[in-house]
Write a protein that binds this ligand. Structure first.
Ligand code: PLP
Length: 389
């Protein structure tokens, strides 16, 4: 390996949301989707150069930015994006919120497949819309789509959008082309626009393939909006940069209005430099990162097999967010999370954050050096065995 993902980089007292939110020094955070690895060296180098310039005025996004996005998706995912389709903004959540504002009126309904990323719920409600849940089916330690439920719910004329999480946080699925095609056909038949949050698209493990929803057909492209960012794959969340990709001119105009109304239309110089460097020069680092994450996941699986066999680990096809079934404890997930924090100083996410369908689960972030992962697993094992069973 050229890059050292085993290196422990102290993050306390760096104003890290993940590390500095807990007051106590010895809390181990395995919650928010933020990695404990330094980003790719070319990104650090690009940022260093920009810092050395010393002037940080308002930013004009250069054509090199668009080229980096276009080339990345063409090269890695076979998706040809046109420059005009790209609207930059401050993050995927601001993107989702603006897209919902642009394509609905208050009182409309938006479909989600639960358990799902918690901000989906708030973005829908903040825009005056109603959440309609089509829970995923939990079968044999993985999730499937309930297509019958989806067809029924999409048929409600008040349902205007489906927020698709591809790959899916926290269910760990990388939706197949076949699954995406069925989703798209249902949505087309019922005049539902697909809003694809593809922020986790680079973190896909061997044996699985990310398919950009909009790349499947011209019809899907014209009836969807895609939100992406290099922020998860390259650990750049604090730099606040993301893209909304929409081929339909009318939708794009409405989205542009919404990002202006929401005042999320200006980005900062670091986000722009980081994205260009990551997409143009970060591939080699990303491939090694993925390898490291797979080994972490396999380590965790083996650990559970040995010490916590009653706790099924949901199959992880992508992302670094592991979803663990804790039904055996017969406790609410909030109580499990509070107990782990209190007794073992381990901070994980309670499954109920992701909708009622997540109630029996917890979510663990495994994007950390292996030694930290082992510490987290030991705390989890002790917390469960000594205080909950
Ligand atoms: C599915 C999904 N969308 C969006 C985000 C956050 O995006 P951003 O930080 O760009 O607003 C996350 C973060 O975990 C996520 O998992």
């Amino acid at each position: 390996m050229k890059y050292n993902f085993d290196e422990i980089v102290p993050r306390r007292r760096t104003n890290s949301y993940k590390w500095d939110t807990a007051q106590e020094e010895n809390v181990l955070p395995m919650w928010v989707a933020d990695m404990d690895f330094r980003t790719a060296p070319p990104v650090v180098e690009a940022l260093r150069k920009r810092v050395e310039h010393g002037i940080f005025g308002y930013t004009k996004v250069p054509s090199a930015y668009y080229e980096a996005v276009i080339n990345w998706f063409a090269r890695r995912h076979g998706w040809q994006i046109k420059k005009d389709w790209i609207t930059y903004t401050l993050g995927v959540v601001p993107a989702l919120s603006a897209v919902i504002k642009a394509l609905t009126v208050p009182g409309d309904k938006v479909l989600v497949q639960t358990p799902v990323y918690n901000c989906f719920f708030s973005s829908i409600r903040n825009n005056g819309c109603e959440v309609v849940e089509n829970p995923l089916l939990y079968i044999n330690e993985t999730y499937r789509i309930d297509f019958t439920g989806l067809e029924q719910k999409a048929a409600d004329p008040k349902v205007k959008l489906l927020l698709l999480c591809n790959p899916h946080n926290p269910a760990g699925r990388v939706w197949t082309r076949q699954e995406l095609t069925r989703i798209g056909e249902i949505c087309l038949r019922n005049d539902v626009i697909v809003v694809a949050d593809e922020i986790h698209c680079e973190l896909v493990f061997p044996g699985h393939t990310y398919t950009p929803f909009a790349s499947i057909s011209k019809e899907f492209l014209m009836h969807s909006v895609t939100c992406t960012s290099p922020s998860k794959a390259f650990n750049l969340a604090g730099l606040q940069i993301a893209n909304i990709i929409s081929a339909d001119e009318y939708m794009r105009m409405e989205i542009d209005k919404a990002i202006n109304i929401n005042e999320v239309c200006d980005v900062n110089p670091f986000g722009v430099e980081a994205l260009i460097a990551a997409y143009n020069e970060g591939e080699e680092w990303l491939e090694e990162l993925k390898h490291y994450l797979v080994v972490n996941y396999n380590y965790l699986k083996a650990y559970f097999n040995e010490y916590l066999p009653g706790f099924p680990v949901v199959m992880l096809e992508g992302t670094y967010l592991v979803w663990v079934d804790c039904s055996i404890l017969k406790r609410r997930s909030k109580e499990i999370a509070e107990t782990l924090l209190r007794e073992e100083k381990l901070w994980i996410n309670e499954g109920s954050m992701y909708g009622e369908a997540g109630e029996n689960f917890i979510r663990l972030n495994i994007a950390c050096p292996r030694q930290v992962l082992i510490d987290g697993l030991d705390r989890l094992k002790r917390g469960i065995k000594e205080t909950m069973i």
